[in-house]
Design a protein around this ligand. Structure first.
Ligand code: UDX
Length: 416
């Protein structure tokens, strides 16, 4: 009943199915049973409370309730270490508990992102049909994406099992791709890694634009106008982060390595992402000290945005924190504000405050790291007054140049 499981349970109930959400966390189950949703996802609260009320959805820690299930969806976390090795302990433990609970004709569906070959291995372990049905949910849009998917992918070796999974989505009109388990599993990694590739590509282009006097916004727009390239994921930033893209790119690179394939273009995109954090620090150093070699030691810097993207409170593998760590290593003293992040959160080396004016106070410079729309309408004149040195590096090219410069800030951006 994490972000994928809870979203899947609520949305499948919404689609007319009888769903029991099972989790080992009794506190979470008690909370959910009272209609309290612990994650900030739009529409999820309403979906859960409505379906709880009409009895289509229930939550339990009692595994024996799975005995009557026609399908069981595995939505357990599959974290990946920095070297790309997937930690499948939670997944394997869940599979283990299923083995002597399920009725003979129950189909096991794997929604978790798992290394290629896991579906086959699971089917073998359980001695029954197992189907790969990866999720393509974006944080901040999870319920929407579940009910309006671009595609439904079903990886199965038996048609009957595939039919049973396809029937889950009868109420949804979206292309259904039926394939083998390995292609379904690899397709998920391939999609996420390609999104990361696009962002790294545009981040390096932004650096080239600065050297050549070109404007990344117009270069990206020119690319967007080619439908073969597509319009999304071409905005430069401090680097791609979150709980998925970094994890899935590392896993895919390792899978390729283990298969003897040199996935250089993927490795290049990952290296470019690490380099992007350093590039932001170089820009801050230049903007705040006036020199690319100036010292940041002891300087107070204010960070606007800590989450890995706007619209979420998630700081997991946030590029903002990667940049903050490098700035702190350079000796800067950091204060940070993010509308989605509670100030009691311990995010050393950042001192988290709950008001953007506290970020500006006595700061030698500001760095905007997450593209929260509300940052565009801050009182920039007041912020300029409060800072010791009104300079800002906007790593999302979010702000209105006129507003910020008129307020007195020296305004630095990426690729423009
Ligand atoms: C991603 C995939 O989009 C989703 O399909 C998959 O199921 C899970 O992983 P998510 O991790 O929620 O979703 O974040 P996403 O919206 O993809 O953004 C990932 C990162 O790329 C963020 O740090 C974002 O700021 C960055 N990004 C995105 C850019 O820097 N520029 C862009 O143009 C787009």
């Amino acid at each position: 009943m994490g972000y994928v499981g809870l979203t899947s349970a609520a949305c499948l109930a919404h689609l007319g199915h009888r769903v029991t959400g099972v989790d080992i966390d009794a506190d979470k189950v008690a909370l959910l049973s009272r209609g309290k949703v612990p994650i900030a996802e739009p529409d999820l609260d309403e979906l859960v409370t409505e379906r709880l009320a009409d009895g289509c959805l229930a939550f339990t820690t009692d595994l024996s309730e799975l005995a009557s299930a026609e399908l069981v969806l595995l939505c357990v976390p599959t974290p990946v270490a920095f070297d790309g090795t997937a930690d499948l302990r939670a997944f394997d433990a869940a599979v283990e508990t299923l083995s002597d609970v399920l009725r003979h004709d129950c189909v096991v569906v794997i929604k978790s992102t798992v290394p290629v070959g896991t579906t086959e291995r699971t089917a073998h372990t359980l001695g029954r049909a197992a189907v790969s049905n990866p999720e393509f949910l974006r944080e901040g849009h999870a319920a929407y994406d579940f009910l309006h998917p671009d595609r439904i992918v079903i990886g199965a070796t038996e048609d009957e099992a595939a039919d049973r999974v396809a029937a889950l989505y009868d109420e949804i009109s979206a292309p259904v791709l039926r394939t083998d388990p390995a292609s379904s599993e690899l397709g998920k990694y391939a999609s996420n890694a390609f999104l990361a590739l696009k962002v790294s590509y545009v981040n390096v282009l932004a650096e080239l634009c600065e050297r050549l006097g070109a404007d990344i916004v117009d270069v990206a727009e020119s690319m967007r106008l080619d439908p073969r390239i597509g319009s999304a994921f071409l905005s430069p930033g401090p680097g791609w982060g979150g709980s998925c893209l970094p994890k899935d790119t590392r896993a895919l690179l390792r899978t390729a390595g283990q298969a003897g394939v040199d996935f250089a273009v993927l490795a290049g995109a990952m290296a470019a992402n690490r380099r992007q954090h350093e590039r932001v620090v170089e820009k801050v150093r230049e903007a705040v000290t006036g020199s690319p070699n100036g010292s940041l030691h002891g300087l107070r810097l204010g960070l606007l945005g800590l989450a890995f993207k706007a619209g979420t409170d998630d700081v997991r593998e946030s590029p903002a924190l990667a940049v903050a760590t490098l700035l702190a290593e350079a000796g800067a003293v950091l204060t940070g504000y993010d509308p989605g992040v509670n100030r009691t959160t311990d995010m050393r080396p950042v001192h988290v405050v709950d008001d953007p004016t506290l970020v500006a106070k006595d700061a030698a410079g500001l760095v905007l790291l997450t593209e929260w729309p509300e940052f565009r309408t801050l009182d920039w004149a007041q912020l300029a007054e409060l800072t010791e040195h009104p300079t800002i590096v906007d790593t999302r090219n979010l702000l209105d140049t006129e507003t910020v410069t008129r307020a007195g800030f020296a305004y630095h951006r990426l690729g423009r």
